[in-house]
Design a protein around this ligand. Sequence first.
Ligand code: ADP
Ligand code: MG
Length: 159
Amino acid sequence: PPFPIALAGPVQKGFGRGGKDLGCPTANLPDDSITPISTVLKTGVYYGYAQVVPPEERRTAFRPEDVKVLPMVMSLGWNPFYKNEKLTAEIHIMHAFQTDFYGHEMKAIILGYIRPELDYISREALIEDIEVDKQVALNCLQRPAYQRYVNEPAFALGG
Ligand code: ADP
Ligand code: MG
């Protein structure tokens, strides 16, 4: 696949399961942001960087570290564990935010593939694999060649 792939859009409400059920909140991209990647990427888990861009009037709710370019893992798929009916792209940003950012613009850059989408026999097995995904992503993003994406102009606030 042609990495890097840039994605952006306002964060959508999902079923609210990522955070509560799995201890891993995932910011959902809108359908029209997913359409272009659905034809070039297979379903599965990817790694890259993401950035939340709050609107001007909400900027004070975010600390400087919250609006940086941050490491992320993205799940692209039909979510067989939950028998979802449509393709979703959900991004977990590896950062402790103090507030939700529903409706806010999120920019992302996908840099690589981690694994295919799997079905799980239990919630615990899924949670365990998500932890492995995060470690894999952080390790992959250590590559010096990726550091330039942290400064990618596409991430510039307001740009
Ligand atoms: P939903 O089904 O609505 O996506 P989640 O439980 O997956 O619900 O929570 C996702 C929401 O949590 C995001 O839309 C965002 O506003 C918020 N959030 C807080 N911290 C994070 C994070 N580190 N990564 C992604 N989303 C986060
Ligand atoms: Mg989610």
